[in-house]
Ligand binder design. Structure first.
Ligand code: SF4
Length: 383
């Protein structure tokens, strides 16, 4: 599956109501500078007009943080700047990440009227105890009501986010979460393993011995439950954490997994011009000051070597069911990637950690070995 090479545009909305205990994304709970933030982002959108030779957008993605917290007029200002700056006549997907507690008929209608057609709803769990453990700001009833309200407004494309491997006495809560997720009958599900990151509440608890690490076997069992339940229900497991029905893949994210260029707007956002990466400062006040007062984009350049690019394509491509093209790896590396890795690839093929796609051009990880994806990739990196 490949999508046309039109550009994707990501906007990072760096505000949240409260800090979830597992989260290490960039956000602030201080929302007093929302207007200034959007003014700075509008300016960045204009400055980014020439970032890519391609001026036609195929996707817009509002991520964060919590984009559903942003007042509608500010969201409208961002979209207006995008429409004024880029060619949006070929847009195929406009996604907004939303938390269940922000959903109501009026705001859903306003988003729909602005042209947003796909919602990615951060449900994470339907279990009240687990939601409190994660420090989510919503309850399960709000999640169910939110999806229902969005459907009534006309939204058809939904993704819901779930988290598995949350510590519990048994796997029963995860089993119930999966059953509830399937009952919602959405077109797309993203399910992420709970990981304990250093600069989070869970990371602190772990460091102080107040929390145990998540056992690998616990996570592995829940991953197997996930793939089994969603596979039985007709979802395609097209990326390690993503499942779609009837070909409703996330177009924006799929472009990342194919290493297509994209534009990133907002504090903490990254951009990729096809060669190198740019990272905006992950600090709200500094981002605003730099753009609005100093007339400077607060971005740093990360120069990628040919080996870096090949390793990145391998890492993202092997996470998908389409795998990675050996010819594309060789092109990025500037030498025959297969020859470089022949011994390791052949060993992986022999033990069914890798397989060729039907056309013999691409390598992929068979479904039963997907849990080992990180390890398999690490053995194939080039220096
Ligand atoms: S998980 Fe989402 S809502 Fe929670 S703190 Fe992180 S960005 Fe905010």
């Amino acid at each position: 599956m490949t999508f046309p090479s039109l550009a994707g545009l990501y906007l990072h909305i760096p505000f949240c109501k409260q800090a979830c205990h597992y989260c290490d994304f960039h956000f602030s709970t201080n929302r007093s500078n929302q207007e200034a933030m959007v003014a700075a982002m509008v300016q960045e959108i204009k400055w980014r007009h020439n970032y890519l030779p391609e001026k036609s957008l195929q996707t817009i993605y509002f991520g964060g943080g919590t984009p559903s917290l942003l007042p509608t007029p500010l969201l409208a200002a961002l979209l207006e700047a995008i429409h004024q700056t880029f060619d949006t006549s070929a847009l195929r997907e406009v996604t907004l990440e939303a938390n269940p507690d922000d959903l109501n008929p009026a705001v859903l209608q306003a988003w729909y009227d602005l042209g947003i057609r796909r919602l990615s709803v951060g449900i994470q769990s339907f279990n009240e105890q687990h939601l409190r453990y994660l420090n989510r700001a919503h309850d399960a009833a709000q999640a169910l009501r939110g999806v229902d309200m969005a459907r009534r407004v006309g939204f058809e494309a939904f993704s819901i986010d779930l988290i598995y491997a949350i510590p519990a006495e048994s796997h029963r809560v995860w089993e119930a979460d999966l059953a509830q997720a399937l009952a919602l009958d959405v077109s797309h599900i993203s399910a992420y393993c709970l990981t304990i990151e250093e600069r989070t509440v869970f990371g602190n608890r772990l460091a102080k011995g107040l929390m145990a690490p998540i056992p690998d076997q616990w996570a592995a069992t829940q991953f197997e439950m996930l793939t089994q339940a969603l596979g039985d229900a007709g979802y395609e497991h097209y990326e390690i954490s993503n499942f779609a029905r009837q070909g409703r893949y996330a177009i924006h994210n799929t472009a990342y997994w194919q290493m297509k260029p994209y534009i990133g707007i907002g504090p903490g956002a990254h951009a990729f011009d096809g060669q190198n990466r740019h990272a905006n400062v992950a600090n709200n006040a500094r981002y605003i000051r730099s753009i609005l007062q100093e007339n400077t984009l607060p971005a740093t350049l990360e120069v990628l070597s040919p080996a870096d690019r090949a390793n990145e394509l391998l890492l993202v491509g092997l996470r998908t069911q389409w795998g990675v093209s050996v010819a594309a790896l060789s092109q990025l590396l500037g030498q025959d990637w297969y020859i470089y890795n022949q011994t390791t690839v052949e060993a992986h093929l022999a033990q069914a950690w890798l397989e060729w796609t039907a056309d013999g051009q691409r390598l992929r990880i068979p479904p039963q070995a997907r849990l080992l994806a990180d390890h398999i990739c690490a053995t194939l990196f080039v220096d």
